[in-house]
Design a protein around this ligand. Structure first.
Ligand code: 5GP
Length: 206
């Protein structure tokens, strides 16, 4: 009975405001849990310094992205400002059915859409220790004009309304601590009685 219950992998969704330091935290979590795989999204934005195609993202042209939309290749996709972002079905469906855990970094819209399609996915919001700390970090990056800073802060205010819809919220004061908390969440989720991985040592009647 237990053996034919193939344990399905966990879908872990992480969201957070830009500038919160998600990238560092996510890398620490992936290093800690070798069985966790990062879902590589498609995007039409240009690669940043150090980013690689097929590692950080699949970098596509608008035409390529729109072709994939038509083909029905995405589980979810979204458009922010001028760029598309989307999760390929192939990044998650095959792996989770063979028991692999997948970590997705999605914006709030993506997280909501994924939760509708996969109600048992685990959603985690990474927040900054304070709004002041986030502002200081965004200004410190030096890449924000006063207008784009204003726009980002408005976006942050908007996104913050959705934090209560996440399963968990963690605060990134120290990246290591924040990553450890996320690792604990993932390990605990695996022990839930409603997940197939749970092994019942007591024989059942059937
Ligand atoms: P960035 O351009 O800084 O890498 O990402 C911008 C935003 O897009 C982030 O909030 C990130 O979480 C989100 N994002 C990245 N990939 C996807 C995706 O496949 N789907 C959705 N909905 N959002 C994504």
């Amino acid at each position: 009975m237990l053996n034919d219950m193939q344990a399905k992998g966990l879908l872990v969704v992480i969201s957070g405001f830009s500038g919160v330091g998600k990238g560092t935290v996510i890398q620490m979590v992936l290093d800690e849990l070798p069985t966790l795989r990062f879902s590589i999204s498609c995007t039409t934005r240009a690669p940043r310094a150090g980013e690689e195609n097929g590692v950080n993202y699949y970098f596509l042209s608008e035409e390529e992205f729109e072709r994939k939309i038509e083909e029905g290749a995405f589980v979810e996709y979204t458009r922010t400002f001028t760029n598309y972002y989307g999760t390929l079905k192939s990044e998650i469906d095959g792996p989770i059915s063979s028991g692999v855990d997948i970590l997705l970094e999605l914006n709030v819209v993506g997280a909501k859409n994924l939760k509708k399609l996969y109600p048992d996915c685990v959603t985690i919001f990474v927040q900054p220790p304070s709004l002041e700390a986030l502002k200081a970090r965004l200004i410190g990056r030096g890449s924000e004009s006063p207008e784009s800073l204003e726009r980002r802060l408005r976006e942050i205010e908007n996104e913050s309304k959705d934090i209560p819809s996440y399963d968990y919220v963690v605060t990134n004061t120290v990246a290591r601590t924040c990553a450890d908390e996320i690792v604990s969440i993932i390990k605990s989720e695996h022990l839930r009685t409603d997940r197939a991985a749970t092994q019942n040592i007591f024989p059942t009647e059937d």
